[in-house]
Design a protein around this ligand. Structure first.
Ligand code: NDP
Length: 292
């Protein structure tokens, strides 16, 4: 028999999650702050609870997928969590994950925090490439692994409840840099008669070809030697930046998505690290307590 579960939050992601569990034969009790947003799922077989407290009381396994950590507090305050297995699929910070874990444990619940590395259309779709990061109670994870695997492949990253959010946000932060570059690239070609759809395959292939550079970066960071196996050293990259900026000027495109990164490269070069790879800039990023 499939584990029955409670799901708080039937927004875009919560609805996709509920559908995946229903399709896999789980009994799903749902609650949403705005009841109208739960109606479609009721027609698909979900049990709709009248309150969050009633939903939490219905099952030992309680999954929350709400807007942010504050909404998790709003929804769960006043519910009886003793003996519950609480899984938080709401995106938050590592600190929020750790604080929420202590909060849940103080109320007698086991706790697992999560970061969903997927968009709703990927949920419940085998081999979609999406997955979910989990951290926190290893016992909870082992016991419910099969149930948690239904919406997307689970990846457990440690007992520290902050780790799922930390991995999640690190990956999203890398993506934000990538999308900044993509936006700038399309801005550069736009003034000319180049069809974006013709350019897109070149861009996708180039990004894919460059992505494995992360392994080189990891090797340099772990060894502490940023000059190891350097292909394009910092001095050469900074010289190249001038061409990127002149091209932006010729195309009448603002360089503002590029310049913060380029300024950091120049600072590292000015400190005498021209022979390093760009990875060495990590040394400039750690903020110290006294802001020096
Ligand atoms: P939606 O905006 O579609 O849904 C937000 C949900 O949170 C709704 O159920 C909403 O209820 C509820 N909510 C908001 N504030 C409160 C509150 N104060 N008290 C109780 N409930 C509240 O967001 P998503 O479903 O897309 O996202 C949910 C989580 O999943 C987020 O943390 C998001 O970062 C994460 N996620 C989403 C992805 C996506 O592509 N959509 C991808 C990866 C992660 P109501 O209907 O009443 O407003």
């Amino acid at each position: 028999p499939r584990t029955p579960l409670t799901l708080l939050g039937t927004g875009a992601m919560g609805t996709a999650l509920a559908r995946a569990w229903l399709a896999a034969g789980h009994e799903v009790t749902i609650w949403n702050r705005t009841p109208a947003r739960a109606e479609a799922l009721a027609a698909e077989g979900a049990v709709v609870a009248r309150s969050a407290a009633e939903a939490v009381a219905a099952n030992r396994l309680v999954i929350v997928c709400l807007l942010d950590d504050a909404s998790v507090g709003d929804a769960l305050d006043g519910t009886a969590l003793a003996g519950r297995d609480l899984v938080n699929l709401t995106t938050g910070t590592p600190g929020e994950g750790r604080t929420r874990a202590a909060w849940a444990e103080a109320r007698g619940a086991r706790f697992l925090d999560a970061g969903i590395m997927a968009v709703p259309p990927m949920i419940g779709v085998p081999d979609s490439g999406g997955y979910v990061l989990y951290s926190g109670s290893p016992e909870l994870f082992e016991e419910h692994r099969d149930t948690l695997a239904v919406p997307a492949g689970p990846r457990y990253v440690g007992a520290d409840p902050g780790f799922a959010a930390l991995y999640d946000v690190a990956l999203l932060s890398a993506m934000s840099g990538m999308f900044a570059g993509i936006t700038h690239a399309f801005a550069l070609i736009r003034p000319d008669d180049i069809t974006p759809k013709d350019f897109a395959p070149l861009l996708a292939d180039w990004l894919t070809a460059m992505a494995p550079a992360v392994h080189q970066s990891a090797d340099q960071i772990q060894s502490g030697d940023y000059t190891r196996n350097v292909v394009s050293n910092l001095a050469m990259q900074v010289a190249g930046n001038a061409t990127l900026l002149r091209t932006a000027g010729e195309q009448r495109v603002s360089p503002e998505l590029l310049t913060p990164y380029m300024k950091l490269m120049e600072r590292r070069l000015a400190q005498g690290h021209g022979e390093e790879d760009g990875t060495g800039m990590i040394e400039l990023l750690a903020l110290r307590a006294n802001n020096d």
